[in-house]
Design a protein around this ligand. Sequence first.
Ligand code: RP5
Length: 164
Amino acid sequence: MNNPAVLIVMGSDSDLPTMEEAAKVLDEFGVPYEMRISSAHRSPKRTAQLAHEAAGRGVQLVIAAAGMAAHLAGVVAAETTLPVIGVPMGGGALSGIDALYATVQMPGGIPVATMAVGKAGAKNAGIFAVQILSLRDPELTKKLIAYREQMAAEVERKDNELQK
Ligand code: RP5
């Protein structure tokens, strides 16, 4: 991807099935993004470089996802002034509670906007990214309003089905 507005970075290819939820949302809203695999622990130098160079490449915000001792979002946030959205991955012996704490408990000064654990968090990361980008893009705001209306209509449709 030449001009991605969003960089999605994940610690392992095992995170990809979850992070595709974020990509699906960005596809739906027509937001260009790039997906990369880079680990805070297994490839620390590459991760730092990726984060450090993101703004210069036109990236406007980063979605960072990792599981277990999930330091990726924090490490990325330390290397860029772009907003960083963190997605803790589920699974593992502690079912994602470890990743949630590691992602959300940032020291004052280096924030990570932490989403829910797993697929709901990945989807919300995509939506939250669109919401941030919509601050300077009225077309995205219109699409977000339509997205909400469609969601509400879907709940109504399901309720109507239930009443039959
Ligand atoms: C983290 O460790 C990754 O983000 C992944 O969620 C977890 C397990 O990685 P793999 O052993 O599946 O590569 O760094």
